[in-house]
Write a new protein. Structure first.
Length: 107
């Protein structure tokens, strides 16, 4: 193995700007990940940036399987790119009225 190998790259250490509960989606610069544990504001914790997670979406509106999705500053998944951070793709469809969508995180 190369002597400069660091990790697989699925989990990063990030400093929380606000308190984060385990499972909360969070933007870290241009990356979107999910807090693996509770992380207090100003503290550093593990954020997974790869995999499929069930994340919150607005109940109004459907998201098609394979749609490119984004994270809003409020922590909601949307298909609106403007002003939001690219999160990945909808792993499965989420119907109008549903409040979560499975997201394949992508960077």
């Amino acid at each position: 193995m190369a002597k400069n190998y660091e990790s697989v790259g699925e989990v990063i250490q990030a400093t929380a700007a606000d308190d984060l509960a385990s499972g909360t989606p969070v933007a870290v610069g241009s990356l979107v990940g999910v807090a693996l544990t509770n992380i207090a504001s100003g503290e550093t914790g593990s954020v997974q940036i790869a995999g499929v997670f069930s994340l919150p979406k607005a109940s109004a509106g459907a998201i098609a399987q394979g749609a490119k999705v984004y994270l809003t500053s409020g922590g909601i998944i949307t298909t609106t790119a403007s002003g939001n951070t690219a999160a990945g793709f909808a792993e499965s469809a989420a119907a109008d009225g549903e409040t979560t969508v499975k997201v394949l995180l992508s960077h």
